[in-house]
Design a protein around this ligand. Sequence first.
Ligand code: SF4
Length: 294
Amino acid sequence: MMAEITVMDFNAKERPQWCPGCGNFGIMTALRSALAELGIPPHMSVISSGIGCSSKMPHYVRTYGFEGLHGRSLPVASGIKLANHKLNVIAEGGDGDGYGIGMGHFQHIMRRNYDLTYIVHNNQLYALTTGQASPTSQLGMKTKTTPYGVVETPFNPIASAILGGATFVSRAFAGDTAHLKEILKQAIKHRGFALVDVMQPCVTFNKLNTYEFFTKRCYKLEEQMPKHDIGDRGQALEKAFEPEKTNFEKIPIGVFYKTERATYEDTLPQIKDKALVDYDVSDVDISGAYEDMI
Ligand code: SF4
């Protein structure tokens, strides 16, 4: 009989090097709990990340992991999924990583609908490099690179994901780990590309978007009356723009949109029924292919 999977199974040996009070701790705690409650054994999950404070996550959650290049967590995650689509694959990164340098990957992976969970630690600036403006920095926000305030309209990841073909689009707050855990569980269980954009306070460099800022402004979509319909794309888009329309006075969190569509893996006949890693290739001679390349 298999032993019950607990949160302790996901505790890694390495201790987090984040600043005390960083929102990344809440995301790590929620992710460990979500994996334990879903009963997914550590060896069946892979976390791929890019570069940034958030991207250290593969070191701190005991699953398989890969910390790669800046903005490249999604291509690595999709490669892992293609090699063995039986694995639970989670991509992680920050807003600069995913919505800046990784933007092209974000858009194309959404329309392909890989069965992946993408967690974006959205702290609204580049934190590892000590606080420069990122694509999601609020208008007027003063940072090291914008001493007179941000003048560019912030990128809206929720609206972009709804329009870009993501089949599960959600937002959570790192200060509410119980709610975040439930959103992560839904995202991981969803078959298709699931975005979880997490409002993550950076206590060291972002003095605007603090825990207090989000606690006052975030409200849960599932508690709204009339009820938010997650199958209604129009309603989801309306909610996606609410922060901008209210000058960030109202920030909806929860599941904005969910739909069903064939995944990329489902549509590939070579892996539809059998993972690539399960094919016997012991008698395949690839030496000719190599010679053709040189
Ligand atoms: Fe967290 Fe900001 Fe410190 Fe990075 S710099 S570990 S995001 S608080």
